[in-house]
Design a protein around this ligand. Structure first.
Ligand code: AMP
Ligand code: GLY
Length: 420
């Protein structure tokens, strides 16, 4: 079959790499892709947030299956238009993508389905929001309601920080995303991510992971999109996964179906675990980046079969063939990230990187220029390895990272510390 993947990050490189291992894939196009993806698949320039343009492209290229990577095309309704046009697509509808696009929506779904989550209140004006903060006290969490590229959450350790977050959000720092603000109880515990496929009715867990959000070693420094990840997450035991499925995931999927907006695609549940109880922090309606890289490293070619089963509504018959393995990815980022950083520095030594079924350097922000690979983004490479133990995967990934000659880049040296 002819397959199109939408996106251009390390997540999409990992998806492409996994899909290509499945003999069902005859031709793979990734739009827009990056320099690493171009080494394994065709890349096409296409405005992935324009549903009509995506539909036209799929017709021209006789695409049989579309996999949507990032949230923006989902929120733009790309899946709705593709589905209406008869294309088989992996990803939720625009209405179902509200589970990531609106914090209020997710909280309402939790309330309606009884899923355990932080107590919350919603505000559209600063004064009552501030009163609520005084009343509740700190620590407390302030969130812009809409999509804010992962930056719309302030975990305030004191009241002053919470109040200034309110001023920022209603002051327009996050544009329309901050017109409504959700204030939440601070949840203590250990965070982990749980990935589930849903075809609208059935659910299938496909792995757990933990990422490292802070820029520097020891979980210090500013928040980022993620500086590394590993799978599985030991904190999410089988028993806790069952509990999360029973109390959070299945009730959510049932509530979405009941409302006439069934959720189909991958559901990424951010969970907070304390005293053997999982609570929902947030949903994302896509694979995590870099969590996808470790999930794909472990799933390999079967990822395509699972996504097809999901899109075709056959998940009740699908199963994951688990290997007893571990994967870990180290993100190499441009010096300065997540603040401002230079673009255009040359990355050397990549040709020496092994490319096997258990070792791969996935590209995120890269371009090929005159035969050289240059850095064009904040997060640039995801050095990923799989092993019989987490330690083995980690040693392998760091050995690979050391081979990469990129003085303008940096990476954390302690990915996986919590689990080891
Ligand atoms: P979100 O965008 O909702 O995932 O929030 C980003 C991060 O903020 C999460 O991954 C958590 O680390 C933290 N966070 C969000 N909500 C809460 C909460 N209610 N209590 C504690 N930490 C939270
Ligand atoms: N790594 C976090 C995310 O993809 O949202």
């Amino acid at each position: 079959m002819n397959i199109l993947i939408l996106g251009s990050g390390g997540r999409e490189h990992a998806l492409a790499w996994a899909v290509l291992q499945n003999p069902k894939c005859d031709r793979l196009i990734v739009a827009p892709g990056n320099a690493g993806i171009a080494q394994i698949a065709d890349c096409a320039s296409l405005d992935v947030n324009n549903p009509a343009a995506v539909c036209e492209f799929c017709a021209e290229e006789s695409i049989d299956f579309i996999i949507v990577g990032p949230e923006a095309p989902l929120a733009a309704g790309v899946v709705d238009m593709l589905t209406d046009a008869g294309f088989l697509t992996f990803g939720p509808s625009k209405a179902a993508a509200e589970l990531e696009a609106s914090k209020t929506f997710t909280k309402q779904i939790c309330d309606a389905s009884g899923a355990p989550t932080a107590a919350w209140a919603r505000f559209s004006e600063a004064a009552p929001a501030k009163d609520y903060i005084h009343q509740q006290g700190a620590p407390i969490v302030v969130k812009a309601d809409g999509l804010a590229a992962g930056k719309g959450v302030v975990v305030a350790m004191d009241e002053a920080e919470a109040l200034s977050a309110i001023d920022d959000m209603f002051g327009g720092t996050f544009g329309a995303a901050g017109a409504e603000v959700v204030i939440e109880e601070f949840m203590d515990g250990e965070e982990a991510s749980f990935f589930i496929l849903s075809d609208g009715e059935n659910v299938l867990p496909i792995g757990t992971a933990q990422d490292h959000k802070r820029a520097y070693d020891g979980d210090e420094g500013p928040n980022t999109g993620g500086m590394g990840a590993y799978s599985p997450a030991p904190v999410l035991t089988e028993a806790l996964q069952e509990k999360a499925l029973a109390e959070i995931i299945r009730p959510t999927v049932a509530e979405m179906a009941k409302r006439g907006t069934p959720y189909a695609g991958v559901l990424y549940a951010g969970l907070m675990i304390k005293d053997g109880q999982p609570r929902l922090v947030e949903y994302n309606v896509r694979f995590g980046d870099p969590e996808c890289q470790v999930l794909m490293m472990r799933l390999g070619g079967q990822a395509l079969d699972l996504m097809l089963a999901c899109a075709e509504g056959r998940l009740s018959q699908a199963q994951v063939n688990w290997a007893d393995d571990h994967a870990l990815t180290v993100v190499m980022a441009a010096e300065g990230y997540p603040g401002s950083y230079e673009k255009g520095s040359v990355i050397k030594g990549l040709e020496a990187s092994p490319e096997t079924s258990s070792q791969m350097v996935f590209h995120a922000g890269t371009t090929a220029q005159k035969g050289a690979i240059t850095a064009t983004g904040g997060r640039v490479l995801n050095v990923t390895a799989r092993g019989a133990s987490l330690q083995e995967a980690r040693d392998q990934a760091y050995a690979m990272a050391e081979q990469i000659d990129w003085p303008e880049g940096f990476y954390r040296k302690d990915i996986g510390w919590r689990a080891l």
